[in-house]
Design a protein around this ligand. Structure first.
Ligand code: 5GP
Length: 190
């Protein structure tokens, strides 16, 4: 029996756009064989985050060693503060070969690097309706200090300017609608 081909799906959007919650529900409802690529990061875990599920939380030394060993499909320093994030090849290639739809939740600069190697990847940008709404959500989350929120708003504004580099754009105005929009994109795509 021939196996359906796997796919690489890239989802981006400003931190605080609600993309993690939207994706969580998409994983529960979409009929595609979705698997999450767990990124590696040097940032500290937030309360409730678990290594191996939310991220692989690595020390700077561990991250640098993997980078030098060529274990990343892409990696970048995000927010100009020395926190590194990256997609491990081991999260991606074996699963695509096994017919899975591997979902990468990464930033815009990471996306451009992945597209160099996988130009056929399906790309989706999830964003709030405005920069003001992004700021409101990040402040309400209460997990970051005001200076970190301010920097994330600046990065978010910059990322929203680049949304047209993605094949699909979903505005997260209403949660259920955004989930449906993302599922429709995945299920429609051959
Ligand atoms: P957070 O710290 O809020 O979990 O994520 C911060 C940002 O890092 C988000 O915009 C997210 O898309 C990005 N990010 C998470 N994982 C990766 C990754 O593996 N590669 C890249 N380039 N960005 C990532």
């Amino acid at each position: 029996m021939s196996q359906s081909p796997g796919r690489l799906v890239i989802v981006s959007g400003p931190s605080g756009a609600g993309k993690t919650s939207v994706l969580k529900r998409v994983f529960e409802t979409c009929t595609r064989p979705l698997v999450h690529s767990v990124s590696a990061t040097t940032r500290s875990p937030r309360p409730g985050e678990v290594s191996g599920r939310d991220y692989w939380f690595l020390s700077r030394e561990e991250f640098a060693a993997k980078r030098e060993a060529g274990e990343f499909l892409e990696c970048c320093e995000v927010y100009g503060r020395g926190d590194w994030y990256g997609t491990l090849l081991s999260e991606v290639t074996p699963r695509i070969a096994a017919g899975k739809w591997v979902v990468l939740e990464i930033d815009v600069q990471g996306t451009l690097k992945v597209l160099d190697r996988f130009p056929e990847a399906l790309t989706i940008f999830i964003q709030p309706e405005s920069v003001a709404e992004l700021e409101r959500r990040l402040t309400a989350r209460g997990t970051e200090k005001p200076d970190v929120v301010a920097r994330r708003v600046d990065v978010g504004r910059e990322e929203m300017r680049q949304a047209d580099r993605y094949q699909h754009r979903v505005i997260n105005r209403e949660f259920d609608r955004a989930v449906r929009d993302v599922c429709d994109i995945l299920e429609r795509d051959a």
